[in-house]
Design a protein around this ligand. Structure first.
Ligand SMILES: Cc1cc2nc3c(=O)[nH]c(=O)nc-3n(C[C@H](O)[C@H](O)[C@H](O)COP(=O)(O)OP(=O)(O)OC[C@H]3O[C@@H](n4cnc5c(N)ncnc54)[C@H](O)[C@@H]3O)c2cc1C
Length: 417
C-alpha cells in the first residue's frame, strides 16, 4: 500500500483534467493525475471532435420542449430516456426545462461565449504550433436541416449569434451541393459557421496532452479515487483502489462520475449523464470537406484521420446501464440520409458519458467551506471546446492570478440560489 503526498492532485485524465494539469504545471506546480483508464478513456475518447469558439447556444432552449414528445416516440431518435431511470433523472430534467427560459439562455450564452471564444487560443498554448497544426483543422462547420420548415429554436440561435457578433452564412441547396457533392436532394438549407474548427482525432489530441504533461515531469497514475477525506489542517486524503494519497490541492475532473465522488462530502451538484454514441467508419466511400451537423437529427459527421465519425444523440439512462448499440448503428442510417451513396465499410460503435449540467455550463472553481478542493466538470456537449479554457481559468484561480474572465457563472453555488 502506497502512502504519498502531492502538492496538487487531479482526479480524471480527460480533456478537462489534463488541460488543468498542464496549465498548473506551467505555473510551476508539481502535479499528479489519477485515472484508472489513463488519458482519453472517457467521453474525451470518441466525441465528434468539434472545437467551437463560435458556439454559444446552450442545449436547453425556448421551443425545444415542443420537439421532445416527437423525439421520445422514437426509441432510436435524437433523445431517449430509459423508463426505469426516469424517476432518478426527473429533478435534473426539471432544472433543464427551467434553464430553457429565454432570459436564462441568454445569460448562459454569455458565459459559454466567454469560455469557448478562447478555445483555439488555449489549444495552441497547450499543444504548441506544430502539434496544433497536426491535430486541428480550422475548416469551419456546416449546419444542415431536412426540409424547408424553420425549427423552433432557430430564431433564438440567430439571436445568440447576433448578440455575440458570431459570423454565419446561410446556404441554399446549390451551395450545399457544391460544398458536399452527393448530398441528398432534401437537404435544402444550411448555415456555414467559418470560425469553428475540429480535431482529426479526439483521442490523439487528448493523449497528446497527457504525453506533454509527462514529458514536462508530470505523473499519471492508473488508480481509481474511491473516497475523498478532508484532512485536519487543510487538504485532502484520497483513498484509491491501491493507495492513500494526500494533497494540498485536489481537483475533481472526473467527468460524469464527479458527482458520485462529491456526494459523501455533502456537495450535491445537478450533474446527469447525457450518454452519446458514435459510429466510426474506418473505410467510408466518401469524406466531406468539413464537419456537418444535422440539426434535424442531432448528430455530427466529422472527417477524421481514422475515417468518418458519425456522433451524437442523447440517452438519459445513468452511469450503470449497458450501452444500446442500436443507437450507434442507426447513426449510419442517418448519415445515409445526408449522403445516400455512402458505403460504410468496417464500423466501430462506441458510447460515451457526457457530464451534463441543466444550463450547459461547466462547474468550475473552489467550493465554499471546502478549502483545497476545486471542481472542474460538467462540460456536457462542449468539453472539447470548453476544456482547455476551463483548465486555464482553474489554474489561474488556484494560483491567485487574475482569472481573465468572470468565474462567477461557473460556480457550483449557482444551483443553490
Ligand atoms: C457522442 C459525443 C459527441 C461529442 N461531441 C463533442 C464535440 O464535438 N465537441 C465538444 O466540445 N464536445 C463534445 N462532446 C462532449 C465531450 O466529449 C465532453 O464534454 C468531454 O470529453 C468531457 O471531458 P471530461 O474530461 O470532463 O470527461 P471524460 O473525458 O469523461 O474524463 C473523465 C475521466 O475521469 C476518470 N474518472 C472517473 N471516475 C474516476 C475516479 N473515481 N478516479 C479516477 N478517475 C476517474 C474517467 O476514467 C475519465 O477518464 C461529445 C460527447 C459525446 C458523448
Amino acid at each position: 500500500m502506497t502512502i504519498a503526498h502531492h502538492p496538487a492532485l487531479i482526479i480524471g485524465a480527460g480533456v478537462v483534467g489534463l488541460s488543468t494539469a498542464l496549465y498548473l504545471q506551467r505555473d510551476g506546480m508539481q502535479v499528479t493525475v489519477l485515472d484508472p483508464l489513463g488519458p482519453a478513456g472517457g467521453a474525451s475518447f470518441g466525441n465528434a471532435g468539434m472545437l467551437s469558439p463560435d458556439t454559444a447556444a446552450p442545449i436547453a432552449m425556448p421551443g425545444m420542449l415542443r420537439k421532445v414528445p416527437g423525439w421520445l416516440r422514437d426509441p432510436l431518435g435524437p433523445l431517449a430516456v430509459r423508463p426505469s431511470y426516469l424517476p432518478r433523472a426527473l429533478p435534473w430534467l426539471r432544472q433543464w426545462v427551467k434553464a430553457g427560459r429565454l432570459d436564462r439562455v441568454l445569460a448562459a450564452s454569455d458565459a459559454m461565449r466567454a469560455l469557448h471564444r478562447e478555445t483555439l487560443v488555449c489549444w495552441r498554448e497547450l499543444l504548441g504550433d506544430s502539434l496544433y497544426h497536426n491535430l486541428i483543422r480550422p475548416s469551419g462547420q456546416v449546419h444542415v436541416w431536412e426540409g424547408d420548415d424553420a425549427s423552433p429554436t432557430e430564431a433564438v440561435e440567430q439571436q445568440i449569434r447576433d448578440r455575440h457578433g458570431i459570423q454565419a452564412t446561410p446556404l441554399g441547396a446549390d451551395d450545399l451541393r457544391q460544398m458536399f457533392p452527393g448530398i441528398a436532394r432534401d437537404i435544402r438549407r444550411g448555415l456555414h459557421v467559418p470560425g469553428n474548427a475540429h480535431t482529426v482525432s479526439p483521442q490523439r489530441i487528448v493523449t497528446t496532452l497527457g504525453e506533454l504533461f509527462r514529458q514536462a515531469g508530470g505523473t499519471i497514475i492508473a488508480e481509481r479515487a474511491m473516497k475523498l477525506i478532508p484532512r485536519d489542517g487543510g487538504g485532502y486524503t484520497v483513498m484509491t483502489n491501491r493507495a492513500n494519497r494526500t494533497a494540498d490541492r485536489l481537483v475533481v475532473a472526473a467527468g460524469a462520475w464527479s458527482a458520485r465522488l462529491l456526494a459523501p462530502l455533502g456537495i450535491h451538484v445537478p450533474l446527469e449523464t447525457e450518454r452519446g454514441y458514435h459510429a466510426m467508419l474506418f473505410a467510408p466511400s466518401m469524406q466531406p470537406a468539413m464537419p456537418i451537423s444535422s440539426k434535424s437529427r442531432a448528430f455530427f459527421v466529422t472527417p477524421m484521420e481514422d475515417g468518418l465519425c458519425i456522433a451524437g444523440t442523447v440517452e438519459i439512462a445513468g452511469l450503470d446501464a449497458p450501452p444500446d448499440e442500436r443507437r450507434a448503428t442507426v447513426l449510419v442510417d442517418h448519415a445515409r440520409r445526408l449522403f445516400p451513396a455512402l458505403e460504410a465499410g468496417e464500423v466501430r460503435t462506441w458510447m460515451g458519458f457526457r457530464p451534463s449540467t441543466p444550463d450547459s455550463l461547466p462547474i468550475l472553481g473552489p467550493v465554499a467551506g471546502h478549502p483545497g478542493l476545486y471542481l472542474a466538470f460538467g462540460h456536457g456537449h462542449f468539453g472539447m471546446s470548453g476544456g482547455p479554457p476551463s483548465g486555464r481559468l482553474l489554474a489561474r484561480l488556484i494560483a491567485g492570478a487574475a482569472p481573465g474572465i468572470d468565474p462567477a457563472p461557473y460556480g457550483a453555488q449557482r444551483f443553490s440560489r
